[in-house]
Design a protein around this ligand. Sequence first.
Ligand code: GLU
Length: 466
Amino acid sequence: MMSNPNAAQASIVAPTSRPHDGFQTSRVYDELGMQRDPNNVYLQTIDAVLTAADIVGAPHHLQLILAQPKNETMVHFPVQMDDGSYALFKGYRVQHNNALGPYKGGLRFHEHVSLDDVKALALLMTMKCSLVRVPFGGGKGGVKCDPRKLSRDELMRTTRRFCVAIAPMIGPDTDIPAPDVGTNAQVMAWFADTYAQLTPDKPNGMAVVTGKPVEIGGSVGREKATGQGVVDVVAELAPEMGIDLKGARVSLLGYGNVGSWAARIIADRGAKVVAVMDHTGALANENGFDTVALAEYAKEHGGIAGFEKGRGGTATANNPGLGGDPISEKEFYSTKVDVFIPAALEQMINEENAEWIDAKIIAEGANAPTTPMGERVLLKKGVEIIPAILCNSGGVAVSYFEWVQNKSHVTWDIERVDEELNRHMVLAARRTKLARHRYECDMRTAAYIASLEQIAKVYNLRGIFP
Ligand code: GLU
């Protein structure tokens, strides 16, 4: 990684390489009393951002500001279960930064949600919104629960009570949540309804969240937006990486909202999805899956396991196997592909399975799916990693369109949404490419640089109050 020649004039000296523990030497850690724990996803994320900040010569005070969220809220609330008992849930809302606009970011319902996790995801939202140039800051929230184990009514009550708990700190002009892992348009509908009931004086209370069902102010195209953005970015960058999407081989880790839409859209553009893995199992099909049938199957069965040959529509001579053959985890990672799309959770690509990966591009559909050690292995092997803040920013881009539509009481058609989304994604990809050429760095660092440059400009213009 080359450092910016101008960076020498900044207060921080750009590191040319990272020390053994994987962390750079920024004094930010010491000033903020942060431990250098290489397995902590928040610290991993901060470290990557600070590396870029050093290279670009971002002022020290900006590095300090970005290294900690502005507000971290933890709430506990009781919910009545269907059997009459009460469970106590823990929820979070982290507001990382709002220099560019209201805090923005999803709500995750997952059993492993933790404060550091939400902090990392909120920071990524700040970086993502800046890179894709939507006027939002970064936030994230979540509830520690397993939504698959909750009945529909329990999920609704959990959502409503969580909304009540964080209502004082969010709002259509201040902090706008959205769906994330474990939540969907229905959850947003309950959330928005609760918020509107709590704030009858607010004329546009339903605009407190994006990702709503279209019938109550959601945007067409929001559900597929993150997956579509992944494909828009891959399509923009693939040619110069020597890949033709037509006939490209693709594998997917995760087949939920992001994974299944990315699969369907990339297959529409002529690629073949040859391997898929999720929390229920892994499948391969050399002829390419019927991605639509697999999406329907996974939705109905809660995962891909069981979608084997003979399923997924009528087999024809040209398309002999629409389902797949079960494979092991190692076989899944080792499948030779052009594009590997991790679209599940954080930290899934690690030092061990990175060694197995046989791909030209990793397109990060999930947030922070690659550990720094995994990334190191991949970069050494010459694998290009399209980082999450670029690759999966389609979701928040269309969230922004939804918010604009809500605020101005208009609705856009799908052509307009698709076109605007593509424009945002292509420009973000070009910004990243430009930073990469200017600083001769990897793509993650370049994306952070392109994002930080905008944030630094805004801080420079606004100054620090008073
Ligand atoms: N949860 C999504 C993300 O991580 C979308 C956030 C939003 O639309 O606000 O990007």
